[in-house]
Design a protein around this ligand. Structure first.
Ligand code: AOS
Ligand code: ZN
Ligand code: ZN
Length: 426
């Protein structure tokens, strides 16, 4: 399945006048305020987010799964789905694979397919939170943290295998998310679990190619409900430091206890040059993996404000790997991802409008009201015409979601794959 560029252009023509009118209005206003609009649009056009292979189907919940018709059943079809999202949004220029769910059979063919959609391979993800068909030892009581050396070895070996697979595809990073922890007090010894995890991560780190990065994800709870070995950014940061300079912390927005100040975490990590990757989503209660920006858009904007500041002022921090991490139960996954990408771009655009110089001055003068006004003024600006302009410039759709629907993409996918295809993944 491939979207014909011509069809996108035809749809764009229908709303081009409206777009130009709204773009001119906002561009004039921003220019008067000293903002280089072209610069902002170019930054939006360049901003690319990797789509996780596991979010293209309906993951469901532990209470059941309501399948979505036309789900991608193969890696090829997953790449096609990301290709469709990218054609419309011009923001999804990469895919993040999960091993063993996405092991390619024919590497050359997979790479060619991805290239034909202008998609690259972002971080590869290992999986030691489930027992796999070809493994002999169980991860029921942990993987990299397990007190049983043979289990740890198997988990380390799996990660090394994932690196090899990613390397053949052109990936440059490995993301490790561990479910390891304890469900009940006394079940594990905190110190030995952490010690073993550190040792295992160091072994994985030792097999990283020179130009690769290791991303260590943290999460306070779930699937374990008493303790998680890598529970917070501090633990991840400490482990990354113990591994070496190619190891970084990965921030997943859903992996914080309610009301945690994530923008402050982002700032600290960037100051220390250790923010490696990002998983976008939104949540109300826990790791809900909801559409980005659907619950707390102002918090997302504040996080982007910290990210923009860090990208401009912290050369010690590498350019972060942007990824979405979502799960779907009732929405068309592709529509949800299009909504998420729009929310990400919106928050980024608004953060780019923050007058950093004026904010700094107001901070120097302890003008608290002014500081808040500067942020809110940026956040209250309707930046959607800027996003449209960036997409148009790259050959995408002025209105990705409308175009997705009017082109009947889901119908085409169902016709091609059938109603009962099931995507592997969470
Ligand atoms: C799990 O909660 C983490 O967010 C992981 O990043 C991710 O969802 C998982 O690796 C997908 O299998
Ligand atoms: Zn995640
Ligand atoms: Zn998560």
């Amino acid at each position: 399945m491939k979207i014909d560029k011509q069809h996108i252009e035809e749809r764009n023509q229908q709303s081009l006048d409206d777009h130009l009118e709204s773009f001119d209005y906002i561009a004039n206003r921003l220019t008067k305020n000293g903002i280089e609009v072209e610069n902002v649009v170019q930054k939006l056009a360049d901003f690319q987010v990797a789509i996780p292979s596991w979010a293209l189907g309906a993951g469901g919940t532990r209470f059941g799964r309501f399948g979505f018709q036309g789900e991608p059943g193969t890696l090829e079809q997953k790449i096609d789905d990301v290709g469709a999202i990218h054609a419309l949004t011009q923001t999804a220029g990469a895919i993040s694979l999960h091993i063993p769910w996405d092991v390619p059979k024919d590497y050359t063919a997979i790479k060619e397919l991805a290239q034909s959609h202008q998609i690259s391979f972002d971080a590869v993800n290992s999986n030691t939170f489930q027992d796999q068909k070809n493994t002999t030892k169980s991860y029921k009581f942990g993987s990299l943290s397990n007190i049983d050396e043979a289990i740890r070895e198997q988990a380390v070996e799996h990660n090394n295998e994932v690196i090899k697979i990613g390397n053949k595809l052109g990936s440059k990073s490995l993301t490790v998310w561990l479910a390891d922890g304890a469900s009940f007090p006394g079940q594990t010894n905190f110190q030995s679990a952490l010690k073993q995890t550190q040792k295992s991560l160091q072994e994985i780190y030792a097999s990283l190619p020179e130009d690769w990065k290791l991303f260590i994800e943290y999460k306070p709870y779930e699937p374990n409900f008493y303790s998680t070995v890598i529970q917070d950014w501090g633990t991840s940061f400490m482990l990354a430091n113990e591994c070496g300079e190619k190891a970084y912390t990965l921030v997943d927005l859903g992996h914080h206890l309610p009301n945690t100040n994530i923008e402050q975490i982002v700032s600290t990590l960037m100051m220390k040059g250790k923010l490696g990757g990002f998983h976008f989503n939104d949540s109300k209660y826990g790791d809900d993996d909801l559409t980005v920006g659907s619950v707390k858009p102002y918090a997302l904007f504040l996080i982007f404000n910290a990210l923009v500041y860090g990208m401009e002022n912290n050369p010690q921090n590498p350019y972060p790997a942007w990824m979405i991490d979502a799960s779907h139960n009732i929405k068309d996954p592709l529509e949800d991802i299009i909504q998420s990408l729009e929310a990400i771009q919106e928050a980024y655009a608004k953060a780019l409008l923050v007058d950093q110089k004026a904010l700094n001055e107001a901070q120097q003068n302890h003008d608290v009201v002014k500081c808040q006004e500067i942020l809110q003024d940026a956040h209250r600006t309707d930046v959607r015409p800027l996003l449209q302009k960036a997409r148009l410039q790259n050959g995408g759709a002025l209105h990705p979601l409308k175009t997705y629907r009017s082109l009947g993409i889901r119908k085409q996918l169902v016709a091609e794959r059938g109603a009962n295809s099931v995507a592997t993944g969470l």
